[in-house]
Design a protein around this ligand. Sequence first.
Ligand SMILES: Cc1cc2nc3c(=O)[nH]c(=O)nc-3n(C[C@H](O)[C@H](O)[C@H](O)COP(=O)(O)O)c2cc1C
Length: 352
Amino acid sequence: MTRQSRKLDHIQYFLETTNYEMNTDTTDIYLMHCCLPEINFDDISMKTELMGFSLDYPIFINAITGGASDVTAINGALARVAKGYKIPMAVGSQMAALEDPTLADSYKIVRKENPEGVVFANIGAYATVKMAQKAANMIDANAIQIHLNVAQELLMPEGDREFSQWLFHIEEIVKALSIPVIVKEVGFGIRKEDAQKLLKTGVHAIDIGGTGGTNFISIESLRRKDFFAKNFTEWGIPTPVSLIEVSEVLSERCSLIASGGISNGLDVVKMVALGAGAVGMSGIFLRELLTKDELALEKCVLRIIDEIRTTMALVGAKDIASLNQIPVVVMGKMAEWLTGRGIDIRKYGMRE
Ligand SMILES: Cc1cc2nc3c(=O)[nH]c(=O)nc-3n(C[C@H](O)[C@H](O)[C@H](O)COP(=O)(O)O)c2cc1C
């Protein structure tokens, strides 16, 4: 199977696997209501900074697609909406265009539609420095994402089986490229031990990409048309658990990004309150675009922004930095999971 037809399969099976409510479970995470906010709704600022880029909102469109002529229109629409709200956008893996340069236009459309925007290139951890540089140059990228997708590769019959050099490749790319490097999972989470290894390479941001949203094991399970993958559909670390784990070991110079099953502003604020500098979303945006249209996608971004502002008013936070100080109570299964990992969750609830 060519990479090009695999891209289209992923989109088709994505629509079949995810339902509209594709939230990661955040019901165990409670933000404490503030009945005396001492701020005016319209004065709330959602401005923030990620890897030196100034953002109006703490959200971005995470990697989705490229690499087939049929998906050029998808990337074009995503890029126009990203431009409209001045939110960053990542393209999908650029390996297809590195192998077949005639596919480059399906990525380049993003830069064409949004010449001044913050755009992230995307490549797998199998990539060499040369490949990463080419991918970045292809779209004049402001930063590059390196995706980690072991679970997906293992469940793809034609997938990669050689992972031993991934960390080395990441380190080499960080050293060689002049733009920030983001390492991201694609929906199975990052544990703190792996984050510590990544920090030693000097990466500029870690996107924990946890479970709860798009599930590539379910997608591959449909593609395989057998039951092998079905036993693994619960595999991975939930987004909030992975976020808290990694925030425990993070150093100041590395940004933390949350993604995986985030589709509303309340959850965005929960993630930011737990340490995320920004939140990436793919599934919710792709679904809006494919099942409705570009206008629906725009409305979806606006809804999420409104929900962020509303939640900030409800917790009495006037800006994004204040969210790091609001009390967050972690209960239930999530609390069990984190205490099982030796993490003291009471400190989040005792913030003042
Ligand atoms: C159809 C589709 C294709 C994707 N392709 C890529 C990719 O090429 N590179 C990558 O890093 N992530 C890719 N992702 C993963 C997303 O960037 C994200 O990590 C994952 O979907 C979890 O976020 P979500 O639950 O908001 O969708 C893809 C996601 C979808 C839905």
